[in-house]
Ligand binder design. Structure first.
Ligand code: PLP
Length: 324
């Protein structure tokens, strides 16, 4: 919903209705499918999103991005929005946001940052500089139900200029007219997003910030980042596991690798291993496809996770693998 709302504001700000068929959005191939879905819902079509190649760290290739925008312009298309990832869903990659901001400025594009998972890592000193440039984005999507440790569902979108959201969503109707209230009470959320009646999702965010504070949250996130780095180090030291992607934030993608297996056997073995691990019940992982290979994927998103849990995870995998 945050990505949809932001792209709706971008469309209203940059594209006249008769230009919808020419409108183009740019994002890396690692981008979450909610961006393509939003483009479809907004009547721009799935094909309006150019999904660009990534480098060996799964970040968008800036030269391909510029080439794609330039070629589309030459063809008569209308580039209007650039989506930067601040923590991709598969590997946690953060695109070079400051470079993308400069490109957005150069080509007059709206810069949206999908920071749903990764954005809160700006609270952790060891990750902060990855997010340079995010403050100048036109919109940023964040999921407090991810790295603020809150229960689902709670998504959030920030706008550089709130009037751009009003332009996309506000309608005047007698039943939504705000009468004679002070400014804070008169703020009408329904003028800034698609929903009218809505749950009080902001309450849990407010209570967390008041009760726990951003310093403690930053420390918890810092510790999660350290846990993921620790797992990466353990895997690199081992001779029965290997990393399939670099660790950028708290996501790690790796696989079990007994010496004599082929690629196809490894895919099949790791898939069986994942199911067995989930059934075993001690540790929990999900999965990802990394360069076509089946990866075990973990994401440290709990303030109780410790370095010891990382060791336990690998030992659980070894124990379960033996039983296979
Ligand atoms: C989780 C995620 C989403 C979707 O958010 P939901 O809260 O699951 O709807 C979008 N983009 C990224 C990068 C995500 O990690």
């Amino acid at each position: 919903m945050a990505n949809l709302a932001a792209l709706a504001a971008a469309r209203t700000a940059k594209v006249a209705p008769h230009d919808f068929p020419r409108a183009r959005i740019y994002a890396s191939a690692e981008t979450h499918h909610s961006i393509v879905k939003a483009a479809a819902l907004l009547g721009l079509g799935r094909e309006s999103v150019r999904l660009l190649p990534v480098d060996d760290r799964f970040k968008v290739r800036v030269d391909d991005l510029i080439a794609s925008i330039t070629a589309d312009r030459a063809r008569g298309d209308l580039p209007f929005c650039l989506v930067a990832n601040a923590g991709t869903v598969a590997t946690g990659a953060v695109d070079p946001i400051a470079e993308l901001r400069d490109i957005a400025e150069r080509f007059g594009l709206w810069l949206h940052v999908d920071a749903s998972y990764g954005g809160f890592a700006t609270l952790a000193p060891q990750a902060r500089e990855l997010f340079n440039g995010i403050a100048e984005a036109d919109s940023v999507a964040l999921d407090p139900h991810k790295w603020l440790y809150l229960p689902v569902d709670c998504g959030c979108v920030f706008y550089r200029d709130a009037e751009s959201a009003r332009a996309a969503f506000a309608h005047t109707a007698e039943y939504t007219r705000v009468l004679d209230l002070r400014d804070d009470e008169a703020f009408a959320f329904w003028d800034y997003g698609p929903e009218l009646s809505r749950r009080f999702r902001a309450l849990k965010v407010w209570m967390l910030l008041k009760g726990v504070g951003t310093r403690a949250l930053g420390e918890a996130i810092e510790s999660n980042l350290t846990s993921a780095r620790h797992l990466e180090a353990l895997v690199r030291e081992s001779d029965d596991f290997e990393m399939l992607a670099p660790v950028e934030l708290s996501i790690f993608c790796f696989r079990y690798r007994p010496k004599t297996s082929s690629e196809v056997e490894l895919d099949e073995l790791n898939e069986r291993l994942l199911v067995a691990l989930q059934r075993d019940g001690s540790s929990y992982l999900s999965n990802a496809k990394i360069n076509g290979r089946f990866a075990l994927r973990g994401c440290v998103l709990n303030y109780r996770t410790t370095l010891h849990d990382m060791e336990k995870l690998l030992n659980d995998l070894r124990r379960v693998a033996l039983a296979l």
